[in-house]
Design a protein around this ligand. Structure first.
Ligand SMILES: Nc1ncnc2c1ncn2[C@@H]1O[C@H](COP(=O)(O)OP(=O)(O)O)[C@@H](O)[C@H]1O
Ligand SMILES: [Mg+2]
Length: 577
């Protein structure tokens, strides 16, 4: 009897056990929030998906509008106080960082998996079963993926061009796309030591400099770096070959307060003579320093801080290019490019280390002067991107970046996967057969996972203005006949053998997508409540000042009650004797 009353009381009573600065959602609500938000985000991404997907225009708070085809750039603009949005943002950031492609597929697949989860929960399948079922499905999907691998041969130019073309997609509506593919192929072939043998190569060593003007086909690759700097003195030559380069982190203005390393004396000037004496000393001083640098073989100085104008001119008179206020990031990259550290102390100039470039050159491009540092076997590469308008150049940067990264990874993996939805159809088909090994609820979960994967080609077809209700059954029929490379080609809007047509996907990209989306979906399924500190200040205040002592005591009582440790608490709390 007492047990019964207790149960009813618990049902009706909703004790406030959280701190006042915290709000919470229970199981049903949190699932609705997570599923609804993922669905809303997927809806935004959906229209962008596939070669004929559309781009989004984003207007950042203080910058020029950008036009993007990247999922991560769009997800970044969503509200970030909602945990599920942050999780999705993490997902696309990881995908972009590791692969440079596949962000939209990742978002959509997560959304499809959660949509199926919602339906299964409604059917009464417990989250624990869905979670384990998804894990079984993921492992099997990865096995099927391995069975569909196509060997990649770096010497086979067709394969290389095809994977680059597939990643570039057909979104870019200019005509001479071939020249960009050729540029990526050339970049790969000319830098094999850097990409495949160097241990410390990272993708951020590929830089992009966008200069409006000319056409996108005039974009080129520079072995080395480009710094946005004007010639500091017109007497300097445009080009210096075999240039000695000094990197400096500290200011080269020794007479500013606090910079006493080279000139530690305090000077108080109170007469004309002293002023003359001082300026003579200063001129001699800077002259000597410039001569010392010249003796050491310095042709160029990149200084992160300010350089005294006198010194810039002295240097120029000796043919030394002294560039001030070079950005921290540029100095870091120059350090890697030249293999020397930037000097941060002038106390010992006797053994300064110089970097060496094949040549340095000032060039005027569309009215802007730039300084090129060229090295034949360079550790840093720079794409100089040209184009009529900035959004076009942004898009080209995304395309170069994505296709080069997938191509590098493909050469390393020596593997490719069939694109155009062929792999997804095969995985879906084989998973449905695999599901039949389970005479229980897992069969339903694995089948739903398979349907979620099949949704991907259905959306590529839809975005190409073709009819998924006709084409998906055709694809299913082909795959059940063992034609595992049958997929969709958006150029002809029909079912084709994608391998024959050279439509591929990156091996690492697809594998990563299956892993991280399945893991994220499983993580979300396992969440049954959301506890959020919405007011950090109040939260900290309550913690510090113990304002909620009363509420804590209350919590303690409830906790004990829930643990059924003290029967007397029952009457005490709820007066239901
Ligand atoms: N010619 C093509 N026809 C049909 N699908 C293609 C073609 N080329 C690439 N795809 C497919 O487009 C999908 C990638 O689309 P994309 O918009 O780049 O999304 P993501 O951001 O996920 O890379 C892949 O599944 C790929 O197989
Ligand atoms: Mg892509």
């Amino acid at each position: 009897m007492i047990e019964k009353t207790r149960e009813n009381t618990l049902k009706n009573y909703n004790p406030k056990i959280y701190n006042d600065a915290v709000s919470s959602l229970g199981e049903k609500d949190v699932q609705v929030v997570n599923f609804d938000i993922t669905r809303a985000i997927a809806k935004v991404i959906m229209s962008m998906f596939g070669p004929k997907g559309l781009n989004k225009m984003i207007i950042p708070f203080s910058n020029e509008p950008i036009i993007t085809q990247k999922g991560d750039k769009v997800v970044k603009t969503f509200k970030n106080r909602i945990p599920i949005t942050l999780m999705l943002l993490d997902l696309v950031k990881t995908q972009e960082k590791n692969c440079g492609d596949g962000t939209k597929t990742a978002i959509l697949l997560t959304a499809f998996l959660l949509e199926k989860t919602r339906e299964m929960l409604a059917l009464g399948i417990p989250p624990q079963i869905i979670n384990r079922g998804f894990s079984l499905s993921m492992n099997k999907a990865l096995e099927i993926l391995e069975d569909n691998v196509i060997q990649f041969d770096f010497q086979n130019d067709h394969q290389l061009v095809d994977i680059i073309k597939s990643v570039m997609n057909h979104k870019f509506t200019y005509h001479n796309k071939e020249s960009h593919i050729a540029l990526i192929v050339e970049t790969l072939k000319n830098n094999t030591d850097l990409f495949f043998k160097s241990h410390n190569f990272v993708f951020s060593d590929i830089l992009f400099r966008k200069v409006p003007g000319k056409s996108v086909n005039d974009s080129e690759l520079i072995n080395g770096m480009i710094i946005y700097k004007d010639k500091p003195n017109l007497s300097l030559p445009d080009k210096i070959t075999n240039a000695g380069i000094l990197l400096v982190q500290k200011s080269l203005d020794f007479f500013i307060p606090g910079n006493k390393e080279l000139y530690p004396k305090e000077v108080e000037i109170n007469s004309k003579e002293m002023l003359q004496e001082f300026s003579q000393f200063r001129n001699e001083y800077y002259g000597n320093l410039a001569r010392l640098f010249k003796q050491k073989g310095v042709d160029v100085i990149f200084c992160q801080k300010k350089i005294k104008p006198y010194f810039i001119d002295y240097c120029a008179s000796m043919g030394i290019v002294a560039l001030e206020l070079v950005g921290e990031e540029d100095i870091k990259k120059l350090t890697k490019l030249l293999g020397v550290n930037a000097i941060s102390s002038f106390s010992d100039l006797s053994n300064i280390k110089l970097g060496n470039a094949d040549s340095v050159e000032f060039k005027k491009i569309s009215g802007d002067e730039m300084f090129f540092i060229n090295l034949e076997s360079s550790k840093i590469l720079t794409f100089l991107i040209r184009g009529g308008i900035p959004p076009l150049m942004d898009e080209l940067e995304e395309i170069f970046n994505g296709s080069l990264r997938v191509a590098i990874q493909t050469v390393k993996d020596k593997k490719l996967l069939p694109g155009g939805g062929a792999l997804e159809c095969e995985i879906s088909q084989k998973l449905k057969i695999f599901a039949q090994n389970y005479p229980n609820k897992y069969q339903i979960v694995i089948t739903e996972y398979a349907k979620a994967i099949e949704n991907l080609p259905a959306h590529i077809i839809m975005n190409s203005a073709a009819e998924p209700l006709d084409l998906i059954p055709q694809l299913r029929a082909a795959h059940s006949n063992g034609q595992k490379y049958m997929g969709f080609n958006c150029i002809v809007n029909d079912i084709v053998d994608v391998v024959k047509e050279g439509i591929y996907d990156g091996y690492f990209t697809k594998k990563q997508i299956i892993k991280i989306t399945s893991e994220l979906a499983r993580q979300i399924i396992r969440v049954d409540s959301l506890i959020m500190v919405y007011n950090r200040k109040l939260y900290e205040q309550i913690e510090k000042e113990g304002k909620e002592v009363k509420s804590q005591k209350h919590q303690e009582k409830v906790r004990k009650y829930l643990n059924k440790k003290d029967e007397s608490l029952f009457s005490d709390l709820y007066n239901t004797k």
